[in-house]
Design a protein. Structure first.
Lengths: 410, 410
């Protein structure tokens, strides 16, 4: 999707959450799955059956909740109503017992909500290869109290190494009715293009045609969550859920209408905002890196080049040191699958052009370094070959990342 | 190449170097390219014209020396005699001036040696995008004194962030004559599969058929230098040169002979030894990681899976913390292009099996952790799908890597 409108047709909802749209409730509590005793279990549900779409990790060791949720969405013809989620345990690499546990989590949730288990998705995040502490889940789920104002609680309960919750909501008008989109995500390690979200939940009161919901979610995820990287590792558990309950009363959105485009634009804005929040809160990160690649020969080339730059350990380390070592950016682009003519590439750090026609402009290092001081650093690479562009987000590589990941399971 | 002989038919030469084979000389000095004042310029040459082969970086921003050397090897029909090399400046992203500088380096070297510039290769390593300090090169090359016993000096002059020189030499008998292979490499950042060496120089006094030299070097590099990773970044300058001067007087080796196989086996042993030295000396590394993948459905799958594990930031960080968080190994394999059946995969850390049929064996964490204490940690993944296997080498991700790379150019 290309955002062509110059004026945005949506507005941001202050203090938005995953329950900002009408007819969504959430609940969360500390069930004792996390050793820290922090909130780690929750349910997010709509008040009625929804049109649903999901995108899931391509990892070949998919966690049990991914296997279950993917199968349910396919079997239910894109209908769902609730997601039960936990942090502290990924329920991955747990074999048949893991699948049985995920199924039990969905049954317990269905009982609690009085709906069919077929309408319940499951999302887990945390350590891999440790059996789910089902006694705590069994005790926890019946104690969950679901409220429309508990979105923020839910956002806290899916956090693992996140330092802050990640939420966003917007509103727009469709057919004279206000339609809302509210969402939450968690990061922040094992994040890499190809369903990079770890976990994302998006609820809207729009009426969505199911095919439109599926294709739009995939398109938006490809341009947002799949364009961020923290450490190059794609998790076994990445899942993104979209539930549309239709309670706004707005007319149903199908592909190829102006209203549908406006909805997709608003959805992309929500996911872009969350993607930036996730990259900025990458494990140990102190800076957000936003890379724009322009002038690529194809969209695929632009995406590959942008992701290569945000994924380069050497670029990330240089960013941490506010070191305008721009050769590392070209080296990363040159390692990607993108078509490159070294004599045509240009490079900017912030507003300072550091390379032109593949060679340095001779700009003073201090001028380039000054562009790297802030919490967000912009890099633009123009390949000089065509009209395609792409944007990707990452973060710096810090000592804190290493410290955090050297002893995660212990 | 599969090493099928149970007894090795070669012997290691103690204190070996790139001049261990007959008829090779080297020289190095501090020309002032490195700010540290350490040795940074040298020549490695044979006493006569050689059969030569080279492998080079696939990076699309190849440095000027790579462009020049690759073109010369193609034009000379696999003949070369010398390599001029420097550290401290990569001569990459320097445009036409960079190419002119690399050509001048080869001319100065040819003058010094009294040979044609067409027989001189160039290899540079260091920072990207900074013009070569040609005044220092012009002053330095004529001062180089070339001696058969200066191999160790050469190995020091190609170091950048390496903490120690990397050298290896072996001898074997071919047709009643002793044949030697001597080599040196440098690492140790920007190292990743696909010509991972940064710089490698291999000299032998064997007589090699030129086609055999090319195919054997490529095969061995694919199984050794291309199977190590330090940080996932492939440099603009990676180059590997093989010079065979024939001065042993041994018969010419061509493909498909038993002697040729034995030579290839010895060459692979040299390159494996150097690959391990490079991985162990990865920037900031404190541990060498050796990953064996067995039971893969194809050789390509085995290679992809093994490289994914040594390339995973989360695996590398866990290794640093001696944390047997084996789920990260499966997650890395699951992100590779390798065919995987999650229910068949098995995993060992050292001699302790931590997973079977895709799930944990329940072995005590301390038992697994004990296998991670040493300077070398072995991990084996059996995919349970076929007969193919591969080996890859990497290192842990440490705070020191971040510190080292946060301010390299400054």
């Amino acid at each position: 999707m290309t955002v062509t409108s110059t004026a945005r047709s949506f507005r941001t909802i202050a203090d938005g959450s995953v329950t900002s749209a009408r007819g969504f409730r959430a609940g969360a509590l500390a069930a004792g799955i996390k050793a820290s005793g922090k909130p780690d279990l929750g349910i997010w549900t709509a008040d009625c059956e929804c049109v649903a779409a999901g995108t899931f990790t391509p990892n070949k060791f998919p966690a049990a909740p991914v296997i279950l949720s993917r199968a349910r969405l396919a079997a239910s013809d894109s209908r769902a109503q609730a997601v039960v989620f936990n942090a502290g345990n990924a329920n991955a690499c747990n074999g048949q017992q893991g699948l049985a546990d995920a199924q039990e989590m969905s049954r317990l949730t269905a009982d609690q909500l009085g709906i069919s288990p077929d309408l319940v998705m499951v999302a887990s995040t945390g350590i891999i290869g440790v059996p789910m502490p089902m006694d705590r889940i069994r005790q926890g789920i019946p104690r969950l109290v679901l409220r429309p104002d508990a979105g923020h609680d839910a956002a806290r309960a899916i956090m693992t190494t996140d330092t802050k919750p990640k939420e966003c909501a917007v509103a727009l008008e469709i057919g004279g009715r206000e339609v809302r989109i509210g969402a939450m995500t968690k990061g922040v390690g094992m994040i890499h293009p190809n369903m990079a979200t770890m976990l994302a939940f998006i609820g809207t009161d729009a009426n969505l045609d199911k095919a439109f919901a599926r294709t739009t979610l995939k398109r938006v995820v490809d341009r947002t969550f799949n364009m961020i990287t923290v450490d190059g590792d794609t998790s076994t558990n990445d899942s993104c859920f979209l539930l549309a309950n239709g309670l706004s009363g707005a007319p149903t959105l199908e592909a190829s209408s102006a209203d549908a485009e406006r909805f997709a634009e608003a959805l992309e804005a929500v996911c872009t905002d969350l993607a930036r929040q996730m990259a900025a809160d990458g494990e140990g990160a102190s800076k957000l890196l936003e890379v724009n690649v322009t002038g690529a020969a194809s969209d695929a080339d632009a995406r590959a080049a942008a992701r290569a730059v945000v994924g380069s350990s050497l670029v990330k380390a240089a960013l941490h040191g506010e070191d305008p070592n721009w050769g590392r950016v070209f080296a990363a682009v040159g390692n990607s699958t993108a078509q490159v003519d070294a004599s045509r590439a240009a490079l900017w750090i912030g507003s300072v052009q550091v390379a032109r026609d593949g060679i340095g402009t001779g700009v003073a290092k201090d001028a380039a370094r000054a562009q790297m001081r802030g919490a967000t650093v912009q890099v633009r690479v123009d390949l000089g070959l065509g009209d395609s562009s792409a944007r990707a987000w990452g973060c710096d590589l810090t000592e804190a990342y290493v410290v955090e990941n050297s002893a995660y399971s212990t």
